[in-house]
Design a protein around this ligand. Structure first.
Ligand code: ZN
Length: 400
């Protein structure tokens, strides 16, 4: 063994551990092209929204970046409960390309019955996405942007209509979830995506059969972030109590591609990068229904500036959906188990620790071995200890 072998053996576990813990710094939010203003608002002229919609530069705007370390745990945030979300197939829902996104109109029978101080009924849901080369969620977590995001829009039942509610501070509740690439096709999203080719042009619409709308959201509705914000499109009314779920929803890569590539916008160009960049908090706090601030950053998905996460499927059971952060209390549910399979960082960590331990044990054994023979040789060759240590062949022969 060379002179460098011992230090190397001791260093390797450290190096491996460091490699496992290392992950690239979160990428800056995606930058988008900007263009001249048009007759009505467009994602290509975000800078000009404020000219026609002054709310858009006010101080409680959405979306925002959620900094996990700065979230505040609020035990008062109870699990989100939904009612009426499972629709029979005989019910027909309007699916429309409105030139900004795809919107699925929802019957008023859908409601949020838990997790908010008041009752809210659904009005519509829509999606946000990026492009073939960039992600498109609106909210970001620790500056990480996900491939897409779903918004299920509700209004407070104390108001007679959505239009009346949308200008009130407590008027709207939006449930938001991040869309990620997973190992298999998502059958709920298929109910929407398979009809996109029928509404490729702006203002085209189609009626689709009802299905369980809750399937579009994460299985775990207990863990979420809450803050007060706004509509993320003009007129940017600051009337939304946002719920951003911790658990993400998985679609296949093909489904994400379908979402990103099928629709066209008002100038007949591909409808892409349909998201607003994050807005300043201006002193607002983001609450969490769990101890999100204790979450290690390394448990976030790998940031991917190109937006098409190629993280491999992580072997969770059917229905297992990844989370941004671990459960606060570990309630022993099956989902807690599923979450263990949702991060390649976790698998990498385990391997690194195993290798580290292996190398450490090897190093200790080597040191003991050397020490033993060093002692023997020291008795034979006391004046030059260091020389003895590295004459491996000699010590082997002596040991026989
Ligand atoms: Zn939205």
């Amino acid at each position: 063994m060379s002179r460098a072998a011992l230090p190397l053996a001791l260093l390797l576990p450290l190096l491996l551990g460091a490699a496992a813990a290392a992950h690239s710094a979160e990428d800056a939010p995606h930058s988008h092209e900007r263009g001249p203003g048009r007759g009505h608002w467009s994602y290509k002229d975000r800078q000009e929204w404020v000219l026609h919609y002054p709310n858009c530069e006010s101080t409680m705007q959405s979306p925002i970046n959620i900094d996990l370390a700065k979230t505040i745990f609020s035990p008062q945030l109870r699990p989100i409960q939904l009612s009426g979300y499972s629709l029979p197939s005989k019910e027909r829902l309007k699916l429309k390309n409105n030139g900004h996104t795809v919107v699925l109109e929802l019957p008023e029978s859908l409601a949020i019955t838990g997790g908010y101080a008041q009752q809210y009924r659904a009005i519509q849901l829509h999606l946000h996405w990026g492009s073939p080369t960039g992600p498109g969620s609106e909210h970001t977590i620790n500056d990480h942007r996900f491939p897409g995001e779903i918004h299920v829009v509700h209004y407070n039942t104390k108001y007679d209509s959505f239009e009346e509610a949308m200008v009130r501070p407590d008027g709207l509740a939006v449930l938001a979830a991040f869309l990620q690439v997973g190992p298999r096709e998502n059958p709920y999203y298929r109910q929407i995506l398979e009809h996109l080719y029928e509404i490729q042009g702006e203002d085209e619409e189609v009626f689709v059969p009802g299905f369980n709308i809750a399937g579009l959201l994460p299985a775990n509705l207990d863990l979420y972030f809450r803050y007060n914000g706004s509509l993320t499109t003009p007129p940017c009314y600051q009337s939304v109590k946002w719920t951003v779920f911790n658990q993400t929803v998985q679609l296949s890569q093909d489904q994400i591609s379908e979402l990103v590539s099928t629709l066209r916008g008002d100038d007949d160009s591909p409808l892409q990068n349909v998201f607003r960049e994050w807005q300043k908090l201006h002193g607002r706090h983001v609450l969490a229904s769990f101890q999100a601030a204790l979450t290690l950053v390394k448990q976030l998905p790998t940031p991917d500036s190109r937006g098409s996460p190629r993280r491999p499927p992580l072997g969770g059971a059917a229905g297992a959906r990844p989370s941004l952060a671990p459960r606060a209390g570990g309630d022993g549910s099956s989902e807690a188990g599923a979450e263990k399979h949702t991060s390649s960082f976790q698998a990498g960590d385990v391997l690194a620790v195993l290798f580290g331990v292996l190398f450490a044990v090897t190093a200790v054994a080597f040191v003991l071995y050397i020490h033993k023979h060093r002692s023997q040789n020291a008795r034979l060759d006391a004046p030059n200890k260091s020389k003895v240590i590295y004459t491996a062949a000699t010590t082997d022969e002596n040991a026989v």
